[in-house]
Design a protein around this ligand. Structure first.
Ligand SMILES: [Zn+2]
Length: 563
């Protein structure tokens, strides 16, 4: 490809909202342009990477016996309603109607539709497991698309689905995809950490996110420094340990307390005790209007996903002042016990502190020396708190969880019967009986993959593409104002490389200075930069991106190195 003819140009100006490296560099390098919020065009340079990422994923899906299909983008809404997924996705789902009065969900994922497709063939146990996948445009009405192509409203996703005859077979297939994901990441040279995750809106019992660690990441996860247990913040399990076992349980007392002491900060200011000493109540309302009081130690935060899982509810919203008024209380005055008509859920950490402050605040009094089990207790005591850096690992009970941030690259879900039950997804077993299909689903977005690759492969000058996905294997630069013989030689090198099957971006621009051409080569990030000038004569200068060493090679040597 001749640079002079390339559609899309590099630029020095940045969009004002560009914060992360992939957004900045893919924009400056002329790989992508924004059409509207969360929707991006891919320019020729971007498409070359896009297609290579597609190919790597495609090959690995085929290698595990997964077969390619495609289903429509518009899904009959009834399929989504059958499993309540329309509610679980909520406002992220786009819905359209046609002129015939039919309503469709615009595909955000395709579990329901793929199951309907499989059902058409009335599978028997002999057909199972069925592994199918598609590449198709997905739509999510994300409230806050950000980070260039990292988080978008419209993207290409490889989504695969598995259908099995039993939990055992479903697990075998799950780990097959898991391993395939690790192989894809390796081929792409993408460093990933598989972390246990909550299944969220998709549903199911086992799920892994493949995280790419980055200080700019929008996801929080934990990795044990001893056993390697890794889980995201919505899932990470940790051991609660006694905080002050040396203290004796003191007698429960009601004491005077100034009226202004309401929040955790007020308590710390007034009593000068650490956060864990106080009882904390966070009030929510679920989709049915039930009021839930989550009770935990002052140093802990409620993990809403864990709380939803414990309560088996789809949504939780913070209770309003009106909600609190209905149960006879107001902000800062919620009691840790005794409120009628609410559901109390306590965290496992509650019994780990002796002599809490709080729990029964009134206008000018509060309770002290409060002990869980003696003064109050709950029917539901569960893991509802977020893990923190340094918490004891729940798996090995020796190591500590280390908090990390990253970007979620891919996701595997073991779905169990979440879809097959409401959608009547059956197969015929050996005895001729109808049994429910065990499902799994597995997604990777191509745009996100490209963004993650740039996040992990760049320096201050630009991108450093891994060989497997680079837009061109080499970036050939002809220094301007070279003599005719040199220009002819550069053209010959370009043509010979093309003939040998090497993908070359040939910067033949007449008006552009050497400095600008070098800067563009670094920005675009092909693994090898080649320079031809009057200085190099009959040779070609070879420099690898990200390295300093420069070599002079003959055309023959060059071809043998690149082919
Ligand atoms: Zn551990």
């Amino acid at each position: 490809m001749r640079f002079s003819q390339l559609f899309g140009k590099t630029t020095k100006t940045l969009p004002t909202d560009a914060k992360i490296a992939s957004h900045k560099l893919l924009y400056k390098g002329g790989f992508i342009r924004r059409i509207s919020t969360g929707r991006w065009a891919f320019l020729p340079l971007g498409m070359r990477v896009w297609e290579k990422v597609y190919k790597v994923i495609d090959e690995e899906m085929k290698a595990i016996g997964c077969q390619k299909v495609v289903v429509p983008t518009l899904h009959p809404i009834e399929i989504w309603q059958a499993t309540n997924r329309d509610k679980a996705f909520g406002e992220e789902m786009l819905v359209v109607s046609d002129h015939h009065g039919a309503t469709f969900a615009i595909g955000a994922t395709a579990e329901g539709v793929m199951l309907e497709l499989v059902k058409m063939f009335r599978p028997s146990y002999k057909d199972l497991p069925i592994l199918i996948y598609q590449f198709s445009q997905k739509f999510r009405d994300d409230k806050r698309p950000r980070g260039g192509i990292m988080r978008v409203r419209e993207f290409m996703m490889k989504d695969a689905y598995s259908f099995a005859d039993s939990e055992k077979q479903a697990l075998e297939v799950y780990w097959k995809f898991y391993d395939a994901y690790l192989r894809i990441a390796k081929k792409l040279d993408l460093p990933v950490i598989p972390v246990e995750a909550d299944s969220g809106a998709i549903g199911g019992s086992l799920s892994h996110e493949f995280q790419v660690e980055s200080p700019d990441g929008d996801q929080t996860f934990f990795v044990c420094d001893n056993c390697g247990y890794a889980a995201n913040i919505e899932k990470a399990e940790f051991e609660r340990v006694p905080i002050n076992p040396q203290e004796k349980m003191e007698p429960f007392r009601i004491i005077p307390q100034p009226e202004w002491v309401c929040s955790m900060e007020d308590n710390v200011a007034h009593y000068k005790e650490p956060l864990w000493r106080y009882l904390k109540n966070v009030v929510y309302k679920d989709e049915k209007g039930r009021i839930i009081i989550a009770s935990l130690r002052g140093d802990q935060n409620v993990c809403e996903t864990k709380l939803k899982r414990v309560l088996k509810v789809e949504s939780l919203t913070p209770a309003s002042e009106a909600d609190l008024a209905k149960i006879g209380t107001k902000p800062g005055y919620v009691h840790s016990w005794g409120i009628k008509g609410v559901t109390y859920v306590g965290d496992l950490g509650l019994p780990m502190v002796r002599n809490y402050i709080g729990g029964q605040k009134e206008k000018t009094t509060d309770s002290i020396n409060v002990n869980y089990g003696r003064d109050f207790s709950y029917k539901i005591l569960a893991d509802i708190a977020e893990a923190k850096d340094g918490d004891l690992c729940a798996r090995c009970k020796k190591g500590h969880l280390r908090q990390k941030t990253g970007f979620e690259w891919g996701h595997c879900f073991k779905l169990d019967l979440v879809y097959s039950k409401p959608q009547n997804g059956y197969f015929t077993d050996k005895k001729g009986k109808q049994k429910l299909l065990w499902m799994g689903s597995y997604g990777i977005g191509i745009e996100r993959t490209m963004a993650c690759l740039v996040e992990t492969h760049h320096d201050k000058r630009g991108i450093i593409w891994p060989k497997s996905v680079t837009p061109f294997a080499a970036h050939l630069i002809l220094i301007r104002n070279s003599q005719l013989a040199i220009r002819k030689f550069a053209n010959e090198v370009y043509e010979e490389l093309a003939k040998a099957g090497v993908e070359v971006l040939y910067d033949d621009r007449e008006e552009t200075s050497a400095g600008e051409k070098f800067a563009d080569a670094d920005l675009i990030g092909c693994p090898v930069r080649l320079v031809i000038s009057e200085k190099t004569g009959e040779k070609i200068e070879w420099k690898e991106r990200g390295k300093k060493e420069i070599k002079l090679l003959s055309l023959e040597e060059l071809i043998s190195k690149l082919v």
